[in-house]
Design a protein around this ligand. Sequence first.
Ligand code: SF4
Ligand code: SF4
Length: 420
Amino acid sequence: MRNYNEAEGAEITDHHPSGWPRNRSDLDHPPAETRDDPLAGIETGADFKPFSQRNDMFMRAWWDETIHSKDTEQFFASYRMDASPRRGEGFNQRDFALRNASWTVADEYADRSQAQGKREGFSAPLKPRIEKYSEAVEFDSDVQATAEIKKIAKMFGADLVGIAKYDPRWTYSDVVDVRDMSTRPNEMPEVITHVIVLGHGMDYDLVKTYPSALAGTAVGAGYSKEAATAQQLSQYILNLGYEALASMNDTALVIPYAVQAGLGEYGRNQMVITPEFGPRVRFSKIFTNLPLKEDKPKQFGVRDFCDICTKCADACPVKALPFGPPSFERHNRSSIQGVKKWTADCEKCFGYWVKLNSDCAICMRVCPFNRDYSRPDSQLFLKLARGKWRRLALWWDRQTRNDRRLRPKDWWKALSRSPE
Ligand code: SF4
Ligand code: SF4
């Protein structure tokens, strides 16, 4: 089993099927042919360190006295109706009722292994219902296996599917036992070679109502869909006789995998921006040794566009997003070390969530790429934004797109008027 426990020192004693990394120094400098970093826009520095799950903001809210408070407890408790606050439009009983219901499937998975110290999908992978079958199906080629798996992922509910090579840089150095918040080594089967990245689009109109408890329905519904799709697809792969570890926010970072799998590009707002949904998409992943052909990262102009746009940073109520170019800057322990990128101050961001008693995604709502791409004007925007006309696209966005908050009561009114 792999052992990335930072507490045990700098030496990493695992090996990758391709031959790397065997130790920390190999991890910092893997062979160039194993990386598409320039194409993906990923740059890691000499001081790079894999991220510790313990430093995730949601974990810190339970063990870090500088974060934990009665208010953070109230934030988590608000996902139960008896503890959800009622404080006006967008935060009424009906809004919390819908938001909290949307989490039901994800919560079922998260709760079922709590007694073993695991929140499935959040601190630990989803447990398979039936173990791997003993005989492995043979495929004619990795191309055939990949084409099949992508179609089946979509049949099970994924909107986007991409394949990346397993990249141990993104595996958490350790994971948390949620009973006492202690850490233990993050164990990954040695045979893993690939990661199937699954994307689920989020509801456009609900996202327009950020900030509100109602808007959090788009997130809960996304997590619930992720859980169901990842569980079904991983079970299919296990039934074929291959390893499959279904993972949501647990085990490893997903954003770099979504970029490496060619599903989108990383933006200033810390999200993967896709041509299909803009930033309005959630990702999960399956670690496997199924013989697959990886996709190449694709750049479609987001980096250049974000260089001339600061709409998300301007709109953030607590100024948690950066205004300058990507950098190695870390705001606190919740920022990964040694990755050059746009990095949010997660303490400021989570502080605002706690104040709201719900998640916030104003930076998703206002992003010019947050559009309904079934519309011709959105397609034209994308065409302009991805090339030399990006300044015109940004100007046009400012003139014509209404990115103001949709009042939650108007969302409810539209719902009652819409055909059954
Ligand atoms: S989620 Fe809200 S608080 Fe956090 S960075 Fe985005 S706009 Fe700011
Ligand atoms: S709002 Fe502008 S700067 Fe922020 S992610 Fe979207 S395009 Fe990039």
